[in-house]
Design a protein around this ligand. Sequence first.
Ligand code: PHB
Length: 550
Amino acid sequence: MPPTTADSSVGPLERGLAVLRALAQAPRARLRPSELVALTGLTRSPVDRIATTLVRLGYLREDDRELVLAPRLMELGLAYLHSSGIPEALGPPAEALADELDESVSLAVPDGDAVRFVVQSNRRRTLSVSFRVGDALPAERCAPGELFAADWDVQQYAQWQARTRADPHDAGFPAVPPPRPRRARTTEAELRARAAEARENGWVLDDQRIEPGLVAVAVPVYDQEGRVVCALSVVSHTSRHSAEGLRDFALDRMRNTAEQMSRALAEVDVGPPARTPDRDHSLDAKRELGPEYLQSLARGLSVLAALDRPAGMTLSAVAEATALPRATARRSLLTLEHLGYVAIDADGHRFAPLPRVLDLGYSPLSALSLAELAQPHLTALVRELHESASVAVLDGDDVRYIARVAAGRIMSVAITVGTRFPAHATSLGRVLLAGLPNEHRARWLRNARLESFTDHTVTSADRLAAVLEQAAHDGFALVDQELEEGLRSIAVPLLGRDGQVIAAANVSLHAGRTSADEALRTVLPALRAAAERISADVALVSDAHPLPFA
Ligand code: PHB
């Protein structure tokens, strides 16, 4: 028996998911609690309790009286993506096809009467809209949708009819521009005819249904049983190809890639769980926060986040991964199924997340740059230390600032995003250079001009090489008045998913106020903790695709 809404476990989870969806659709993925009340129809006190719970879980952040989606929330969408196996198995051939054609390539899966992107290899130059992983399109306005509609039953067509009537301007699809005003609505007969033709041909064209100029060709990707798993699309602009021209140019190679993808799907590894069994953290939080903490919401979301194995998971595996009693895990799974986020297989044994999970903020969060990810953590660090903090990347001989939070004290150096300083004389530069592969670092040292700025600046390449070696060993660099008298700064590396140095974070100090020893004792641990939090967010955002930097 599926739980009903009268069941106490359904309410909080259902309402919590509604809050996440409202935030995901909001401009800049942020809202005030009062706006959430208006958008969800909930009253203020449940909204506050949901917010407390989601903040505690790290899924939301409070910022200036607004609630903002936090990168940790991406673990829900990532559970779906990992469980589908698609980005991992089909991302590389999609990328290879994009390289070969020098056009954008995407993979989309069916999601009710919509289409949802799970892979995007963008080569866009002239298109004004660009879709991201997690974005949804109305089926009737895109090529993949017409391929999928061939599998719809009467009920799905009815659902589609109801949606197009209720939302004629596609407001429920925030990534999509509204349809052109005088364009007639697609009728069911038209969609059925186009879907049948698409399946018959094995390809379908989108001639500017999303927006003027955008053309696409899609082909189906089948699994071993002959079911359509996803659609492979190539997307271009009328300035480069007509819709038919794009088909003639790309179709043969798309079909080869689709066949290769079918073979890759057959090899998707259904291995043992990657996660070590967790603890049920909701117990501690409940003890600490009391009635403000919604344990059933927290547990339901931990169940959703745990469902990351290909081919779904059994109840026992979910209970083990979440450290929840079986009965509790089962109730959460049935609630999630009831709400359309989880599917149960025909035998009733395995549970798997559905593409709809990507509606919970995946797309806006996946677009965050390194600078945007770092900003809230720098703000918290500056609040803790009352000293300015920054993030920079290496750019030739210089470091270039990509994020900065000033402590409000007047410093003699005025630094903004975009400011450049010579790498050799700054703590940021030292950890960035220390993070280069040996050969690359040696070449940099041979070519760099090591200008002197104060009596302390290290200007000998040999000395600098030793200093960099030390920084690589220590995992930080302290630079004492080498760029400017009176300025001391300490930096640590920010690591990417594979542990490589992708940027550096620093705190700058007034030499007269903080001794070098004191900086190491007080500033370094806080800076390291902030860097770890930034690196953890970077790892989440870049799990399924490359990270935008600035
Ligand atoms: C896309 O990948 O952006 C895309 C694919 C197919 C369409 C429209 C857009 O029909």
